[in-house]
Design a protein around this ligand. Structure first.
Ligand code: BTN
Length: 256
């Protein structure tokens, strides 16, 4: 059965009264929904662009985000934080919103990998890319409904998808509703208000991990979670090391 097409009125119907907080535009194709929204820095908070197909989807660390038309959900939300609010931990807060929405839609095995990967049964189901547009944040989210054809083997090995028929209008509405709740809390309270919920979703809680950063020696330790700013806390042989978001990724360490 083919995936349901994205239709603004169906998304609004699924959002119910929360639809008033969003202005959703569906594009058949664009380069990148993040790039399109960045070019519209004066757009109202709550503006959403969702694309059936991206020709130049952006991932973290300058990577490309590959998805097939109709087999993914790729969208960006422009959101304005209250004046003076710190964006520290925003991408982790967004992860909480996405993971909770997916679980609410019955997607099993969903967890979070610091800083902002959405995992399903330990493999990457989706990603989050937050960029700035003037004073606003552009929150870009990509989720695999089915794995795109032609993914390089090193990527497809670690990737997964929802892989069942799901109404993308309902899924998008659930994600937006969850984002609305989380971002309304994040505005006044910062990540501290959401930290416990992130910890409950941490895929590697209490697990031995290796943190690999560009231009730095890898660090190994036990993942003990994140602090109120969203920094990763790693218990090493000598201390608890605080690792800031950046070009860092986690690898489970197999016990000797
Ligand atoms: C990652 O590398 O894990 C982040 C991927 C983020 C992809 C999404 S798809 C919608 C939005 N538009 C983009 O160009 N990228 C983000």
């Amino acid at each position: 059965m083919p995936d349901s097409p994205l239709v603004p009125s169906s998304i609004a119907a699924a959002l119910g009264p929360l639809a008033a907080h969003f202005d959703v535009e569906v594009l058949a194709e664009c380069d990148s929904t993040n790039a399109r929204l960045q070019a519209r820095a004066d757009a109202a908070s709550g503006t959403v662009l969702v694309a059936e197909r991206q020709t130049a989807g952006r991932g973290r660390m300058g990577r490309t985000w590959i998805s097939d038309a109709g087999a993914s959900l790729t969208f960006s939300l422009l959101w304005r934080l209250p004046a003076g609010a710190s964006p520290s931990g925003l991408s982790l807060a967004v992860g909480v919103a996405v993971a909770e929405a997916l679980r609410g839609q019955g997607v099993d095995g969903v967890a979070l990998k610091w800083p902002n990967d959405i995992l399903r049964h330990g493999k990457k189901l989706g990603g989050i890319l937050i960029e700035l547009a003037g004073s606003a944040a552009v929150v870009g989210i990509g989720l695999n409904l089915r794995l795109p054809a032609g993914l390089p083997p090193e990527v497809s090995r670690g990737a997964t998808a929802i892989d069942r028929v799901i109404d993308r209008n309902v899924l998008l509405a659930a994600l937006l509703a969850s984002l609305h709740g989380v971002l309304e809390q994040f505005g006044p309270g910062g990540f501290a208000a959401l930290r416990d919920r992130w910890q409950a979703l941490n895929a590697y809680a209490g697990a031995p991990v290796r943190v690999i950063a560009e231009f730095a020696v890898p660090v190994e330790g036990i993942c003990i979670g994140v602090d109120v700013d969203g920094a990763l806390l790693l218990e090493t042989a000598v201390c608890v090391q605080r690792i800031l978001s950046g070009d860092v990724s986690l690898r489970p360490v197999k016990p000797a």
